[in-house]
Write a protein that binds this ligand. Sequence first.
Ligand SMILES: C[S@@+](CC[C@H](N)C(=O)[O-])C[C@H]1O[C@@H](n2cnc3c(N)ncnc32)[C@H](O)[C@@H]1O
Length: 273
Amino acid sequence: MHSVPTWDPEQYLRHAGHRSRPFLDMLGRIPHLPSGGRPPRIADIGCGPGNVTALLADRWPDAHITGFDVSREMLAQARKDHEGATAGGGMIDFRQADAAHWTPEEPYDLIVSNAALQWVPGHPESFAAWIEGLTPGGTLAFQVPGNFTSPSHALLGELCDSPRWRDRLGTHGRRYIHILEPGDYLVRLADLGCDADAWETTYYQLLGGEDPVLDWVKGTALRPVLTELADDPAAAERFLGEYRDLLRAAYPPGPHGTVFPFRRIFAVARKVS
Ligand SMILES: C[S@@+](CC[C@H](N)C(=O)[O-])C[C@H]1O[C@@H](n2cnc3c(N)ncnc32)[C@H](O)[C@@H]1O
């Protein structure tokens, strides 16, 4: 059994600018919500520290937005920074929920998820219930990383599988490859009666500082490994040293910083009324 990874909101938020850009790109593709005169109702699945949840209030100022996440650490940060009334007369609140079992407890105009469903095995099986829980004309929109074959993730998987680490870490480096390709999402969502749109974008992110790819991965893909080695700081340091050396060779710094290509997959599906 894998332990549940512990999240570190501070580490995650270190790259908030690069991480929120795909969310804004997705937001630009979401059609008008069918609120019919009442404030829109929005759910954000795997909301993390709530910074992208709060961006929803910029587009729908009077909306009632609820962020759901399984991590107590992330929810504590989200509540501290973003819970309460919004400037446009709406409100944001946060609740603990496991996306693997979550179904809409009331009708939503928009169910959104950013960079979270890759952690939820079988999430496409939930689409039917989520779409069922949308108001007519409502939208399901999500974005997941599509970079699991990139060096950052392949090297992590190979290191975990190496004889030195296999007994302790086994599949930890590969455990969250639960995404489909854009065309598969498109067909599934169209099969469920939606007007569906799916696409991918590779962002060429220029990262600054020393070992910036390691710093990036510490906020996400490394969480399961860091959680597993939490009781053995010397081993964690050894692992990070080995992984850092591999990343330095795969992503050498250039004159302007380190180029870190990041592929992301998007889907926006409007429930046909
Ligand atoms: C990479 S963060 C993304 C956070 C936020 N959506 C953003 O874009 O900044 C992934 C989030 O998914 C959450 N998560 C992972 N598995 C989950 C699950 N089964 N149910 C709900 N949230 C989950 C994690 O706790 C974490 O906060």
